[in-house]
Design a protein around this ligand. Structure first.
Ligand SMILES: [Zn+2]
Length: 254
């Protein structure tokens, strides 16, 4: 049987995945942000900081809860709450595990740009950071004849995705509160809630016309980035993992 290909490829079976669904939310977040600040003077038509631009669509995707999928007619019944750990684990492998990687990419770039790492040790420096922050080692020696950081696409700064990972949970927590959600954070959906929508829109419409803490304040009531929202979101998973890992050594020796 032929492997199903991505939609759009001619003469193939089209298979849309959950990842595609999330990616659509991410990219549309960019579009809706751009539309919201279109009334600003041209030079201020941008996000409050670049983490904001990456965070908007992902924030909306955090409202794609099982109950939302039922409302949207994509599934018939929401799974039991006992299934939440699987969902949270999948989400954490995507979002939490990204944090050290996002940091490694730009930490390496900054070392290169500052000249503290020279071409003679580009690959060594990459793997040192991978071990330091991610606890990852290559399966076999990776010498300087190789260029592993080149596997990171294009020349995109990754600090924007790192910041977005923190911001999107902060946005989600604040908007969920505005929407009156009293459930655990991972079960909150702002779908259809006008108050949350207005709060989001007010922040987006500011574009780059104010310092970013002002936009953050408008959206969350906080002026500083705050990763406790991420910890709140994954709290049930943390409790489960603590139980699974009880008595086991945790971490790695750099
Ligand atoms: Zn993006």
């Amino acid at each position: 049987m032929p492997t199903p290909e991505r939609c759009g490829a001619p003469d193939t079976t089209c298979r849309q995945t959950e990842e595609d669904f999330r990616t659509i939310h991410h990219e549309l977040g960019h579009d809706f942000y751009s539309r919201a600040y279109a009334g600003q003077p041209p030079i201020l038509r941008d996000s409050a900081n670049d983490g904001f631009h990456e965070a908007i669509g992902d924030t909306i995707a955090l409202s794609v809860t099982p109950e939302y999928l039922v409302k949207a007619g994509l599934i018939t019944t929401a799974p039991e709450a006992s299934g939440d750990i699987g969902l949270l684990l999948q989400s954490a492998l995507e979002r939490l595990a990204f944090l050290p990687f996002g940091l490694v990419v730009d930490a390496w770039r900054w070392q290169v740009f500052s000249g503290s790492v020279t071409p003679a040790s580009y690959n060594t420096a990459w793997w040192q950071l991978r071990e330091q922050y991610q606890g990852v080692r290559p399966a076999r020696a990776r010498g300087e004849e190789l260029f592993d950081p080149g596997a990171v696409p294009a020349n995109t700064p990754y600090a924007r995705y790192f910041l977005s990972s923190v911001l999107q949970f902060q946005f989600h927590r604040a908007l969920g509160k505005t929407a009156g959600c009293t459930q655990p954070l991972h079960r909150c959906s702002i779908y259809g809630n006008a108050a949350a929508g207005q709060r989001l829109r007010a922040a987006l419409e500011m574009g780059a016309s104010r310092p970013w803490p002002d936009a953050l304040d408008a959206l969350t009531g906080q002026r500083q980035m705050d990763a406790t929202a991420m910890a709140d979101y994954y709290a049930p998973l943390k409790a489960w993992l603590d139980e699974q890992n009880r008595g086991r050594p945790i971490g790695w020796q750099p």
